[in-house]
Design a protein around this ligand. Structure first.
Ligand SMILES: Nc1ncnc2c1ncn2[C@@H]1O[C@H](COP(=O)(O)OS(=O)(=O)O)[C@@H](OP(=O)(O)O)[C@H]1O
Length: 291
C-alpha cells in the first residue's frame, strides 16, 4: 500500500492524455509493482442501501482492491471536469490481477451518471444494492437527522417531512430516492441488465454470506469469501467481519435505530410504493421481499 506522501506525489503528476488513460486504464508502475486502474466495478448505490457493507465484504476477496472513500466523480460537476486522469489518481494502488472497485451511492439516482460511466467503459460491471424502499426512506431520514444533530441543529420529526396537508409528501427527497424503477429505466438504456447485479440489501443484513457468494459469481471471482468471515455481533445487532483473525464492525453510523412511524402513515407509504415496486420487479425480472 502507498504511503500518504506517495499518494500526494501521484496527485501532482501531470495528467496524461484522456484517451490514453481510458485505453490503458493505468497511470504508471511503481517499483513495488503496483499501479492504479480505472474501476472495473462500481457500486452505484443506492444511498443507505448497504453500500459500505457491500464494499467491505467484497474487500475480503484478495482479487479486489477498493477505493476507501466515495469519489463522487460522475455526479459532481466539479470533480467530473477534472477528467479521467484525476479519477484515476483517486484509485487505490493494486496488482494487475486485481479488480478495482469504487462506491458512490449517489450515482444511482443521478440522471447524468449512467451516460458518463458508459462513456468511460460501456462493459463495466455494476453493483446495485437495494433495500426495502420504505426502510430506505427511514434510513435516509435518520442519516440527515444525525447530520443535523452533529452540527447542533434541529431537524423536524419524520412525520412532518413525510406528510404535507395530511397527504404523503411525494416531493420529499427521501421518498423520491426510493423510486427505484424510474432510475433503473435510465441505467438500462445504457447498460444491459446482465452487467448490473442487484444485491438484496435486506438479505445482506440478515445473511451476508449467501449474498456475497452471488456477488462473487457475478464478478467471476474465485469462491474465496466464506461463512467464517462473518460473525453476528449481538451488541451491534449486525454481522461484523473477520478477516485473517482481525475482527471489525462497520462504523457506528451504520446500523442506527430508525424512527417508528404510525400504522396509517406506513399504510400510505405502502400504497405509494406498491405500483413502482411492481414495475421495478418486472423491469429487472427479479422480486424482492419488500413491505
Ligand atoms: N453488517 C452491517 N453492519 C452495519 N450496517 C449494515 C450492515 N449490513 C448492511 N448495513 C446497512 O447499511 C446501511 C447503510 O447503508 P450505506 O452504507 O449504503 O449508507 S450510505 O449511503 O453510504 O450513507 C445501514 O443503514 P441503517 O440501518 O439505517 O444505519 C445498515 O442497515
Amino acid at each position: 500500500r502507498p504511503t500518504l506522501s506517495e499518494k500526494n506525489y501521484m496527485f501532482s503528476v501531470s495528467p496524461a492524455n484522456e484517451e490514453e488513460i481510458k485505453n490503458e486504464s493505468t497511470r504508471h508502475d511503481y517499483k513495488n509493482g503496483t499501479s492504479q486502474y480505472l474501476p472495473h466495478i462500481i457500486i452505484i448505490g443506492v444511498r443507505k442501501g448497504g453500500t459500505r457493507a457491500l464494499l467491505e465484504m467484497l474487500s475480503l476477496h484478495s482479487d479486489i482492491s477498493a477505493a476507501e472513500s466515495e469519489i463522487h466523480f460522475f455526479d459532481s460537476e466539479d470533480q467530473y471536469k477534472r477528467g479521467l486522469s484525476w479519477y484515476l489518481g483517486q484509485m487505490p494502488f493494486s496488482y494487475s490481477h486485481q479488480f478495482t472497485v469504487e462506491k458512490t451511492p449517489a450515482y444511482f439516482t443521478s440522471n447524468i451518471v449512467p451516460e458518463r460511466i458508459y462513456n468511460m467503459n460501456s462493459t463495466i460491471r455494476l453493483l446495485l444494492i437495494l433495500r426495502d424502499p420504505i426502510e430506505r426512506v427511514l434510513s435516509d431520514y435518520t442519516q440527515v437527522f444525525y447530520n443535523h444533530k452533529q452540527k447542533n441543529k434541529t431537524y423536524p420529526p419524520v412525520e412532518d417531512l413525510l406528510l404535507k396537508n395530511g397527504e404523503l409528501n411525494t416531493d420529499y427527497k427521501a421518498i423520491n430516492r426510493s423510486l427505484y424503477y424510474s432510475f433503473m429505466e435510465n441505467w438500462l438504456t445504457y447498460f444491459p441488465l446482465k452487467n448490473i447485479h442487484i444485491v438484496d440489501g435486506d438479505r445482506l443484513i440478515k445473511e451476508p454470506f449467501p449474498e456475497m457468494q452471488k456477488v462473487e459469481r457475478f464478478l467471476n471471482l474465485s469462491p474465496q469469501i466464506n461463512a467464517s468471515n462473518f460473525y453476528f455481533n449481538k451488541t451491534k445487532g449486525f454481522y461484523c467481519l473477520r478477516d485473517g483473525g482481525r475482527d471489525r464492525c462497520l462504523h457506528e453510523s451504520k446500523g442506527r435505530a430508525h424512527p417508528q412511524i404510525k400504522p396509517y402513515l406506513l399504510g400510505k407509504l405502502r400504497d405509494y410504493f406498491d405500483e413502482p415496486n411492481k414495475k421495478f420487479f418486472e423491469l429487472v425480472g427479479q422480486k424482492f421481499d419488500w413491505l
